[in-house]
Design a protein around this ligand. Sequence first.
Ligand code: F0G
Length: 460
Amino acid sequence: MNLPYAEPYKTKMVEYIKPSTVEERKKWIEEANYNLFNLSSEKVFIDLLTDSGTGAMSDKQWAEMMMGDESYAGSQSYLKLKDAVEKITGFPYFLPTHQGRAAENVLFSVMVKEGNIIPGNAHFDTTKGHIEFRKATALDCTIDEAFDTSLHHPFKGNIDIEKLENAFRSNPPDKIPFVVHTITCNTAGGQPVSIENIKKVSQVCKKYHTPLIIDAARFAENAYFIKIREEGYQDWSIKKICRELFSYADGMTMSAKKDGLVNMGGFIALRDEELYKQATVFNIMYEGFLTYGGMNGRDMGALAVGLDEATEFDYLETRIKQVAFLGERLVEHGIPVLQPFGGHAIFLDANKFVPTIPRNEYRAQALAIELYIEGGIRSVEIGTILADRDPFTHQNRYPDLELVRLAIPRRTYSLNHMRYIAAVLKKIYDSREQAKRGYSIVDEAPIMRHFTVKLEKISH
Ligand code: F0G
């Protein structure tokens, strides 16, 4: 008999969370303008808004915090982190930044010019935002299979090589400054990318003399899926797989708040010295001196340890199986979720869950609000609100998928919490036919509107 898996860690400290009532939550969400980002965290029972910066650090990371070297220049914590980054990624040049979008800001300040096209796989919203802010275009080349939420494909984050080739063939060579490959692909549902795909994308990039940049926020989870799903890697360690996948790229941007297992931090790592030199100028302007770039010494130390822990198989196995545990409970209840399950989150398919709510009334957001009211669970809409308006026509862009993301923080919640979430969702699912109306927008920002959007309930 196979033994069940168990987490390779135990609890040393606990943080209390507050239960509340449906009536209280109805009032609180109305006061928050039906935007879950506006809720104070004490009004949330289980917080699945994001897996970013919400994980628990280990005792070894906390111990490293005490050793933080806060020197402005030449900090020992910086050197520890530089060493860890090079060991895990193989990239010799490295710049710390305060988080992932800051890494994008610095690198794109060098690489993106007005009118450029940056192909990739369903760029994350900050990536897209930093591209569009520079009057360039993020071109989505994800494989078509990614848009069928019930289709089982092991690597739904893959880039379609034909779409990528087309982008190069139909544009002058200087229009595409680089390709960005996001592993795992958050926007497509936390779906992994295969080594085979990274290799092929890299071959196309080489053919057109264009760098390949990896958005590596969840690279360790991606490596786990490669080990489990891709032919030929079963006997490889996670660390060896990571080195292999980065070996095909020219650089990476990293939000360390995910697979760095820290609450804040990020970095850029590069192979080319010249590009590094150009990026240093912007790093100093926007982030800080080269040896801290917006991070405390202690945080850099904790990140060096976090990168090592996040690339251990036992940790990844329990992490990804916990997410799958929730997914399996939902599937048992017949609830439509994106499959295969993502690495960091389960995604509810709102088009199938509440097709009764019109799309222009933001059905995924409506479902996320219901989940909060019913169970105090905070999730996030990955649908029309997140997709923003078209920068040229100012019309809503209706993405193929309307999802609600249940992002699971790392090493934070128990299987009992997963059971609770599944029970709340079953209750909502059983009465789904009564859901007819959604919300209208009363106020929104021109870019990345989902963070601050104000909504009103449509009741007639
Ligand atoms: N790239 C990906 C794939 C991401 O998921 C994120 C952030 C970023 C870049 C930006 O990193 O937050 O450190 O500035 N994702 C978070 C999320 C916010 O909830 O998925 P950041």
